[in-house]
Design a protein around this ligand. Structure first.
Ligand SMILES: NC(=O)c1ccc[n+]([C@@H]2O[C@H](COP(=O)([O-])OP(=O)(O)OC[C@H]3O[C@@H](n4cnc5c(N)ncnc54)[C@H](O)[C@@H]3O)[C@@H](O)[C@H]2O)c1
Ligand SMILES: [Zn+2]
Length: 345
């Protein structure tokens, strides 16, 4: 199965379960981490035919998604004498994908890279669309580039080794796309388990189609692409408040969607039944759906730390019925306080 991402300049394809060989008449470096390397690098290396093939290993974890690791990748590229025709291959989750893409975008003013995402989150979301980046002390993904991969290979076989929680975190992003873009897909998710391989493949395909469509319309997030941040405005505050240690990103997004849905409900965009249906679906994958807001004031203040609200306007992506969305940046403080009070402990 192949899905094309049509862009003004560099169009490319995402292949689902079609990785047989990667043939490149150039030097190649696979960027990965020790966890993924131990499980899957040998499988990948057997499929690569290149002039030279190297492996660059960086430490595992979001906390290493920083300048130091980026610089390490770049220095390794120089050590290996990669040239402007060389290709980087990202083998890992979103962290590896974002950093490899960033390194590829600036190494000798930009070289090609290929995504081989190994988490569900990366397969359905992070590996497609060309956003690259790293974190710094001011926040997550604040430094980065738009740099599209040459190709993306999503292989569901890699997901078999994924811890259960990581799998569920990916499901949260799948549900996110269904709620805001596709009612039929949401209803399908209510009836079909993603623990069944063929269902999982179908869901990955649907998400990539949604993402392909969104990114083709709005490569640089000037409009509709922001809808992919549904659940993220609340989710980022939760990640921040819990110091990125209590919840995986997808888990925080699951709670964030429930909070955003309360706001939709207050504004009359979503019915009580629709709100419950989203919650029930998230719970089926053991995703958290509630959160104890300790202080409504400080939760509110933290919205403004988000990079998307530098101009002091917070942008909320809200579900409008199931399968639709509404973007609002004029929500009254009092309305938000009322919603947050529902979560106060
Ligand atoms: N570029 C984008 O558009 C975009 C979109 C969404 C998220 N992201 C970024 O993606 C990152 C999150 O990605 P993630 O959830 O994949 O996290 P991750 O990359 O940290 O991977 C999660 C964990 O799973 C391990 N792992 C990966 N594949 C495995 C496998 N097959 N078997 C066993 N373990 C495996 C990793 O080593 C890691 O410990 C964040 O940094 C986020 O900012 C980017
Ligand atoms: Zn996300």
């Amino acid at each position: 199965m192949k899905i094309d991402i049509k862009l003004k300049e560099k169009s490319y394809s995402v292949f689902i379960n079609e990785l047989e060989k990667i043939k490149l008449d150039t030097k190649v470096a696979v960027v990965t981490n020790p966890t993924v390397s131990a499980l899957h690098v040998d499988t990948l290396l057997k499929l690569i035919e290149a002039r030279e093939c190297h492996v660059i290993t960086v430490p595992d974890g979001e906390k290493y998604k920083n300048f130091e690791t980026l610089n390490y990748i770049l220095e390794e590229c120089f050590e290996l004498r990669l040239d402007r025709k060389s290709v980087l291959i990202a083998l890992g989750g979103g962290v590896i994908g974002d950093m490899t893409g960033f390194a590829a975008s600036i190494y000798q003013r930009g070289i090609d890279f290929i995504q081989v995402p190994t988490t569900l989150l990366a397969q359905v979301d992070a590996s497609v669309g060309g956003k690259t980046g790293i974190n710094n002390k001011y926040g997550k993904n604040l430094v980065g580039t738009f740099w599209q991969p040459r190709r993306v290979y999503c292989e569901t076989t890699f997901l078999k080794t994924l811890p259960k929680k990581e799998f569920s975190a990916g499901v949260a992003e799948i549900i996110k796309m269904a709620v805001t873009f596709d009612k039929g897909f949401f209803e399908w998710l209510e009836k079909n388990s993603l623990h069944v391989e063929e269902n999982l493949q179908y869901a990955i395909k649907e998400c990539i189609k949604i993402k392909a469509d969104v990114v083709s319309q709005d490569e640089r997030e000037e409009g509709v692409r922001a809808v992919l941040n549904y659940g993220h405005t609340f989710g980022h505050v939760i990640e921040n408040e819990t110091k990125y240690s209590k919840y995986l990103h997808g888990e925080a997004v699951a709670i964030g969607m429930c909070m955003a849905n309360e706001l939709s409900f207050t504004l009359g965009l979503l019915s009580e039944t629709q709100l419950q249906r989203v919650k029930i679906l998230l719970e089926q994958y053991a995703l958290p759906v509630t959160y104890d807001v300790k202080s409504v004031e400080s939760f509110y203040d933290m919205f403004f730390l988000d990079k998307k609200s530098f101009n002091q306007k917070i942008k909320f992506i809200l579900a409008k019925n199931i399968g639709g969305y509404s973007i609002k940046d004029d929500i009254e403080k009092e309305v938000l306080f009322e919603v947050l009070r529902n979560f106060e402990c």
